[in-house]
Design a protein around this ligand. Sequence first.
Ligand SMILES: Nc1ncnc2c1ncn2[C@@H]1O[C@H](COP(=O)(O)OP(=O)(O)OP(=O)(O)O)[C@@H](O)[C@H]1O
Ligand SMILES: [Mg+2]
Length: 267
Amino acid sequence: MSVKIAFEEVTQVYGDTGKGGGTRALEHFSLEIAERNFVCLLGPSGCGKSTVLNLAAGFEKPSGGSVLIDGKTVTGPGRDRGMVFQEPLLLPWRNVIENVMLGPCLAGWPKVEALAQARHYLRLTGLERFERHASYELSGGMRQRVALARAWIGEPPVLLMDEPFGALDAQTRLVMQELLLEIWEQTRTTVLFVTHDVDEALFLGDRVVVMSASPGRVLLDLAVDLPRPRTEEILTSPRFADAKRRCLRLIGEESRRAFGHLEGDGI
Ligand SMILES: Nc1ncnc2c1ncn2[C@@H]1O[C@H](COP(=O)(O)OP(=O)(O)OP(=O)(O)O)[C@@H](O)[C@H]1O
Ligand SMILES: [Mg+2]
């Protein structure tokens, strides 16, 4: 299968880079994601996960190395990539359905079609009764669901998702995870999904990639060799527990390193 997203030896430095200053967010970050793959990215806070997504989205340019989509260098944002941010970021002067329709309207879809699709995704995300509400009238979890509908509506070939379910309660999160898998299976979009939740990563992903503490690079690239659908039986199997233990151990070490609680390299 062809490579959809590629990061080649990417370095990202923020701030004043003179005399070795600045924040080194990523260093030697390399990752290839095959078309239609679902890859989950885990790592301690501040290790560069959002930076990775911003680079793939084209919101930022790498200080070094290359970021490629379909073999072409990313030069800016595009409609081929849908993004769900860590915060919902809705336009406050637009109501719910207008927020969801934003992309299709900018892309010149006929209004009737944009409206029908927006209603479809609002129904899927459980928000059909709220289409005329302003964003300040919604709860945090509802706002995040509007952001999901907004990203899903155009069925982009690439979905970049930054802890999209972090603000949701456990029940809503499960419904949204199952919905995401359904959408992914139907549209076979390529997904790069950031989460801090190992269970979520192993439930959703074909691969789980664990990043090091800052500056972020790939420490572990684990093929999740569990059949789909991932039933309760699979999620309580020894194979699942083994994969979870490996990820947790590594993230635990890296998080302690990130907070300066590990001295030198001795673990
Ligand atoms: N626009 C920016 N300007 C300056 N520094 C930045 C910028 N964006 C990120 N950074 C820095 O880069 C590093 C990585 O940040 P990033 O947001 O990618 O981490 P993260 O892994 O997404 O963290 P979290 O899990 O807390 O969301 C941090 O040290 C952060 O301070
Ligand atoms: Mg982040």
